[in-house]
Ligand binder design. Structure first.
Ligand SMILES: C[S@@+](CC[C@H](N)C(=O)[O-])C[C@H]1O[C@@H](n2cnc3c(N)ncnc32)[C@H](O)[C@@H]1O
Length: 250
């Protein structure tokens, strides 16, 4: 069984990953962006002061979850383990500004007033920080965030079921009481290739996801996006919810 520590993360190729997944935006990612935008707007209000501390966990080379949190954050952390992705992200938040590949995602976000009021490249440079770190090291720590995202990772970092559950626990326990969050999962993934390397996955379905998150949430909606995905591409689940008040150790 391929565990998290054995996967070739140091060889992860962010450019190949973005070519495969985001450079030409899929309708399903744009749909996820809109659902997340509307959920965060519902939770945080159209003109909320910039007081949230946001985190995107295992950010990889995907900027759209971070962009979706931008209007509400005074600080926004991108936590990522693979060094090539950390370098990619540092370039995205540098004064040169992020790649134009992310503009179609912002175009979806800025259709609502809370986002339209933001100049995204300037704001990213102002509030976003990139940190190299291992998600599992958050366990037992006292760092907490008030808004969070975690995309295509819980199910895409290990074949081991206990590492899937541990990853979910680490993310959810890093969120403070009432924190809105969004998480996305590939359904029944059997692993994936990036460039010349293979990466492990643990097959999940709606039930697995619901059961793993239930102890941590007071509010949970799961969107099965199977109808929005192009042929040959795996189905996706989007989860939107709020952290409850319990520190759960299921
Ligand atoms: C399938 S990619 C998902 C990337 C991105 N979030 C997205 O939405 O496309 C999995 C990511 O998890 C990161 N990762 C794997 N194990 C990790 C760990 N223990 N701690 C933090 N990040 C990890 C990898 O480096 C990779 O960037």
């Amino acid at each position: 069984m391929d565990r998290n520590a054995n996967a070739p993360w140091s060889k992860f190729d962010p450019e190949a990953y973005d070519d495969d997944n985001y450079r030409t935006p899929l309708e399903v990612d744009l749909l996820i962006t809109r659902l997340m935008r509307d959920y965060f707007t519902r939770c945080l209000g159209g003109v909320f002061p910039r007081s949230a501390r946001g985190i995107d966990v295992d950010d990889g080379a995907n900027l759209y979850p971070a962009l979706s949190m931008l209007p509400w954050c005074e600080k926004l952390l991108l936590l990522e383990y693979a060094q090539p992705n950390v370098e990619y992200l540092k370039k995205q938040v540098s004064p040169a500004g992020y790649d134009t590949a992310w503009d179609p995602f912002w175009d979806e976000l800025r259709k609502v007033p809370a986002y339209a009021a933001v100049e995204p490249r300037g704001r990213v440079g102002e509030v976003v920080r990139v940190e190299r770190g291992n998600l599992f090291d958050l366990e037992g720590g006292d760092r907490r965030w008030s808004l969070g995202t975690r995309f295509f990772v819980a199910d895409s970092m290990s074949e081991a079921p206990e590492e899937f559950h541990r990853g979910v626990r680490c993310f959810m326990n890093a969120l403070g009481e009432g924190a809105p969050f969004a998480a996305a999962f590939m359904k029944e993934s059997v692993g994936y290739r990036v460039g010349a390397h293979d990466y492990p996955a643990y097959g999940v379905n709606e039930e697995t996801v619901r059961l793993s998150l239930a102890p941590f949430t007071g509010e949970l909606e799961i969107h099965d996006l199977r109808h929005a995905v192009r042929p040959g591409h795996e189905e996706m689940l989007l989860v939107l919810g709020r952290r409850n008040s319990k520190i759960a150790v299921p």
